[in-house]
Design a protein around this ligand. Structure first.
Ligand code: C2E
Ligand code: CA
Ligand code: CA
Ligand code: CA
Length: 282
């Protein structure tokens, strides 16, 4: 017991060193991944709850490391953001995503949008032209591209961010507010930025079916969001629907679209095409 302080200090240092080493390794992975083309976009369907039809998909990046296998974005996106590598990586993801859209839309019977996650540091003055060029090069209508942003991306220099996003929005590209409800003032952002779609975070979806005081508050938040969405003409997507009960409750509360393991996990490109063809033909 006398050594408690020292042991804790040792554990702390040790944990910190391990963390630093892990971060470095991830940074190296991202650098090499960019150089060697190891990144792969998986796609998870977004479905209309009323009939189960696929209306779009979310592009979710993975790093296919030749020795370490498939690494999930939660492990390397933070490292990419801290080191600035997210800029080249983000462009790589955007160009790959837009390039995929024509085949995805065709497989889905024509009507389709691809939703791509955007980090805050990707919101630069050159973003609108870059996106416009990508769409033109690939013959993709702007209506088939959605960019997902989190509140945290809107925090710094809100005026500048708003100016850039408005230019992107003017191209016809839509924005989805990601992880809605987890931040400080989600409702405020809907007013200040060009938002078209709200994605209700999985932490809410999961609690819709609970029977507790907390769950009642969550349902109130979701109901309010649904009302807000309706009045502002926004699309609403429930994230992380895993169980039939969560699906039922989402429909009851007026949610129109959903995404989650109940429908499908994120799929490699070819598997998604197959699913979309079957879904469109059914
Ligand atoms: P996100 O944007 O909130 O994406 C949803 C995450 O939830 C994905 O994890 C997805 O696989 C997972 N998910 C989907 N349905 C379910 C479900 O029913 N249950 C559960 N438990 N999880 C579900 P993933 O692919 O590991 O991505 C994690 C995060 O990494 C994303 O969260 C996003 O913030 C970030 N990310 C992914 N791809 C990109 C990208 O291309 N660019 C940037 N900047 N960030 C990305
Ligand atoms: Ca997202
Ligand atoms: Ca999300
Ligand atoms: Ca999230």
């Amino acid at each position: 017991a006398k050594n408690d302080g020292r042991d804790r200090a040792y554990t702390f240092d040790h944990g910190l060193a391990a963390e630093v080493a892990q971060r470095r390794a991830r940074e190296t992975d991202v650098r090499q991944g960019i150089a060697h083309g190891w990144f792969e976009l998986f796609i998870q369907p977004i479905v209309r709850l009323a009939d189960g039809r696929i209306v779009g998909g979310e592009a979710l990046v993975r790093l296919r490391h030749p020795e370490k296998g498939l690494i999930s974005p939660g492990e390397f996106i933070p490292a990419a953001e801290e080191t600035g590598l997210i800029r080249p990586l983000g462009r790589l993801i955007l160009s790959e995503a837009v390039r995929k859209i024509p085949a995805l839309a065709a497989a889905n019977g024509g009507s389709f949008y691809l939703s791509v996650n955007l980090s805050g540091s990707q919101v630069t003055d050159t973003l609108p032209e870059y996106l416009e060029q990508l769409l033109t090069e690939n013959g993709v209508p702007a209506s088939q591209l959605v960019l997902e942003i989190m509140e945290t991306a809107l925090l710094d220099d809100a005026e500048k961010v708003n100016r850039i996003l408005s230019r992107v929005s003017a191209l016809g590209i839509r924005f989805a507010l990601d992880d809605f409800g987890t931040g400080f003032s989600s409702l405020n952002y809907v007013n200040r930025f060009p938002v078209d779609i709200i994605k209700i975070d999985r932490s809410f979806t999961r609690r819709l079916t609970e029977d507790s005081h907390e769950a009642a508050r969550v349902r109130a938040l979701v109901t309010t969001s649904v009302t807000l969405g309706r009045e502002l003409g926004l699309g609403l997507v429930a994230e992380g629907i895993e169980q039939a009960a969560e699906f039922d409750r989402s429909v009851e509360l007026g949610m129109e679209y959903g995404q989650g393991y109940l429908f499908s996990p994120p799929l490699p490109h070819d598997a998604f095409l197959e699913l979309a063809r079957a879904n469109a033909g059914a």
